[in-house]
Design a binder for this molecule. Structure first.
Ligand SMILES: Nc1ncnc2c1ncn2[C@@H]1O[C@H](COP(=O)(O)OP(=O)(O)OP(=O)(O)O)[C@@H](O)[C@H]1O
Length: 323
């Protein structure tokens, strides 16, 4: 992946349960949610596979949270359905053991402590109280575990929400904007955590507006706009398909080179030319056939952000009209 360096985090054995199978998925089939005349989600179909981080992207109001809420049985679809391992969420007796989710991190009882909040979740899902201490430690909240949640910052709420998602050691995890409000250390921590969860074979669906972060975290992307599917592709494929890529060439006579390339494929940019529509290999061979010595020949991939902006421009509902 361009410009990214992934930490290789060894899976922790105590998180692994025997019999965890590959290929467990979240499926959405023609998923639709209408509020009055607005389609929040409109005929959305996709699958989320295990063993990789799937980024869930889309402009404000695209329908990401609504989709996640329907997967978690919190909103009833107007049409279509969402399943986890072939079953609707509400059919799981102890759902936290199967699916962990961070949705709205602040929607917790402010009078409770972090420990009590997690203990309530643990009891209601038949989980051992010992898990509470473990997840508090894991998300870095052990030192404030007995403080009232009313005084927590947004980043602390996010960590608590992630602790709740991890509590049941679930195979499937959904995170709605988990890095919102986190400090740089927290952002790196979330990235490492997501990568580790996927490496352990879990199914991880994470929404975010931070493209640079997604480029480093996700393997696969589902992009939606105005409730509809815009892309379902691997991150590198998604970037490669963007028309924002080009080949950068330097040579002594750029006008001469342009005359040997397809019309309209070159544009001058100071001391170099940009070639679009043909590969670096084809450009190099055309130059060689014409006897032109190249000083530089580089295939420039766009950033995930540029590819995303290109795809979603037409479906952004709330925009200033400026890039
Ligand atoms: N309870 C509701 N009642 C009416 N409209 C709703 C409701 N929930 C969501 N919507 C509308 O559905 C659309 C999708 O909203 P949703 O929150 O799912 O988008 P999102 O992609 O998560 O956006 P953001 O990135 O801003 O969080 C929006 O137009 C929103 O106003």
């Amino acid at each position: 992946m361009p410009g990214s360096q992934r930490e290789t985090v060894p899976p922790e054995d105590d998180f692994r349960r025997p019999g965890r199978e590959a290929g467990r998925v979240i499926t959405a089939a023609n998923l639709t949610k209408r509020y009055g005349r607005t389609f929040a989600v409109n005929g959305l179909s996709f699958t989320v596979k295990s063993g990789r981080v799937t980024g869930f992207l889309g402009p404000n109001g695209a329908g990401k949270s609504t989709t996640m809420r329907m997967i978690l049985g919190l909103d009833r679809p107007t049409a279509g359905d969402a399943h986890i391992d072939g079953r609707p969420y509400r059919e799981f007796e102890q759902p936290l053991r199967k699916v962990g989710a961070l949705l709205d991190a602040r929607s917790v009882h402010g009078g409770r402590s972090a420990r009590n909040h997690l203990l309530c979740l643990a009891y209601s899902n038949g989980l051992p109280a010992s898990r509470v201490g473990e997840v508090l430690e894991e998300v870095g909240l052990a030192s404030v575990a007995d403080r009232r949640l009313g005084g927590f910052s947004l980043g602390m709420f996010q960590r608590l929400g992630i602790a709740g998602a991890l509590l049941g050691d679930p195979e499937v995890l959904l995170f709605d904007e988990p890095v919102n409000g986190l400090d740089p250390e927290g952002i790196v921590w979330v990235r490492t955590l997501m990568r580790r969860l996927a490496a352990e074979g879990r199914t991880v669906l994470v929404s975010s507006h931070l493209m640079s972060e997604m480029a480093q975290t996700a393997d696969h992307l589902i992009v939606i706009g105005r409730g509809r599917l815009l892309a379902d592709a691997g991150v590198s494929d998604f970037i490669r398909r963007s028309s924002q890529g080009y080949v950068r060439v330097r040579c002594a006579d750029t006008a001469l080179l342009a005359s040997h390339l397809p019309e309209g494929s070159t544009t001058a940019h100071g001391d170099h030319v940009r070639i679009t529509g043909i590969s670096a290999r084809a450009a190099g061979e055309a130059a060689a056939a014409a006897g032109i010595a190249l000083h530089e020949l580089v295939e420039v991939q766009p950033s995930l952000e540029a590819a995303y902006m290109e795809l979603t421009q037409a479906s952004a509902e709330f925009t200033t009209g400026r890039p």
